[in-house]
Design a protein around this ligand. Structure first.
Ligand code: ATP
Ligand code: 5RP
Length: 399
């Protein structure tokens, strides 16, 4: 769909008829620059700029909560996300009314055997096709469908491609959304999930031992084997992110390394056009707040919020931090009422979203809270961009 202008001309048979000279309508871009002749008038359709897809990048190592974040984000827009209908059952793509989430593993240029033969990991840029990633994200952003490859995580092979239509919001999630400068420049907003080694280890053990039957030694070995490439190619992307969710062990329990109680920091870049950071109490000031008391039930070790300005990789940021976990999620409304710039559509929307997905990992702590907040921020960013485009088109029509 494109936003187009219809130029009407007086009818050839009725040259003095007063007609609207221009009208802004929605038209398929296939009709662009065509000439039509109606009953009493002739008109052409010209499209100054095609309506573009908003592109969001989400970077993180494997097993760091990308899928959970995506489920929270999709829910903010309503509707469930599903794999392409009738397609490859092992597709990594998730489509909803508003969003399409593509997994960048699909741009692995080497399959599992190829990586083994060449002695490279999936994190190594040599195992990924950044030219194709750039071309296809660019095409989707311009409103063109693409034939995207599929990396099959079950077989470790590259499957035949699937057609991806340009959505309203395209999320590219995976190991390298901000690695290649050309791809990075296509992003309207970028997020990095920065999970500390201790916490990553605890989550991996929980998932891969409990749910996938791996041994403790094999989990340790896999983390160690990936670490050099993670440090070289994945971690450095966080300096480009507009928002970083940093997950660390709690500071409320001295010496804790269980990874159950978490300290989570939402690092938000200042000065972006379509994003204004969430703040606690008083924008720009430094705050420390322990909300436990009459309105918020807290068992040991309690909850502590902090907020304030910082510098992150030479960028001015504001950081909202939550250490600890909620006992009763419905009481989150008390915390929500003290946060500003949430981009919610009604009072209590953050709490409502969190309650709706109370079974998702991290719903009782800052990971779930900050993922939900960023979900609302992405909706707001999308709505701002769409409104700006509509205003620009209306203005062009007036001129
Ligand atoms: N906020 C959280 N709190 C606790 N555990 C979490 C959290 N987020 C994720 N996990 C754990 O990590 C596992 C992986 O989460 P998720 O599937 O969302 O990550 P992912 O980055 O999409 O993983 P992959 O890339 O391997 O598919 C979950 O099954 C859960 O055990
Ligand atoms: O880091 C990863 C991204 O999710 C995977 O390890 C990578 O895609 C390789 O996949 P596989 O485990 O199928 O070899």
């Amino acid at each position: 769909m494109a936003i187009c202008t219809v130029h009407t001309t007086p009818s050839l048979s009725m040259p003095n008829t007063h007609l609207n000279q221009r009208q802004v309508i929605f038209f398929t871009s296939a009709r662009k620059n065509q000439f039509f002749r109606g009953q009493n008038r002739a008109f052409t359709v010209s499209c100054s700029a095609d309506a573009k897809t908003v592109v969001i990048g989400l970077a993180a190592d494997s097993g760091c909560g990308k899928s959970t974040f995506m489920r929270r984000l999709t829910s903010v827009f309503g509707g469930a996300a599903e794999p392409p209908k009738g397609g490859n059952p092992d597709s990594n793509t998730l489509i909803s009314d508003t969003t399409t989430v593509i997994c960048l593993d699909d741009y692995h240029s080497l399959d599992r055997t190829g990586r083994k033969e060449k002695g490279v990991t999936a994190l190594d840029p040599k195992a990924n096709d950044f030219d194709l990633m750039y071309e296809q994200v660019k095409a989707l952003k311009e409103g063109k469908a693409v034939d995207k490859p599929i990396y099959n995580h079950v077989t470790g092979l590259l499957d035949p491609p699937e057609v991806i239509q340009p959505p309203k919001i395209l999320v590219i999630e995976g190991l390298h959304p901000m690695f290649d400068e050309r791809v990075r420049d296509l992003l309207d907003f970028s997020i990095y999930l920065d999970i500390s080694n201790e916490v990553k280890f605890a989550w991996k053990i929980q998932r891969d031992m409990a749910e996938r039957g791996h041994s403790l030694e094999s989990i340790k070995a896999s983390i160690e084997a990936r670490k050099p490439d993670f440090d070289a190619f994945i971690d450095p992307q966080k300096k480009y992110a507009d928002a970083v969710i940093e997950v660390l062990p709690t500071q409320l329990i001295p010496g804790d390394n269980e990874g159950k109680v978490l300290r989570v920091r939402l690092i938000q870049k200042e000065g972006l056009k379509h994003f204004s950071p969430v703040y606690l109490f008083d924008e720009g000031s430094t705050i420390s707040w322990i909300p436990c008391g009459r309105k918020l039930t807290c068992s040991y070790p309690g909850i502590k919020f902090t907020y304030g300005p910082e510098t992150y990789f030479s960028n001015e940021v504001s950081v909202l931090e939550m250490d600890g976990q909620f006992d009763r999620l419905d009481e989150l409304i008390y915390v929500e009422s003290h946060l500003s710039n949430l981009s919610s559509k009604f009072y209590g929307e953050v709490t409502q979203q969190m309650l709706k997905h109370s079974d998702f990992p991290g719903s009782n702590n800052g990971t779930g809270l900050f993922q939900t907040i960023i979900g609302l921020k992405i909706r707001d960013l999308y709505e701002q961009i769409v409104a700006e485009r509509a205003a620009a088109t209306a203005q062009a029509a007036k001129v």
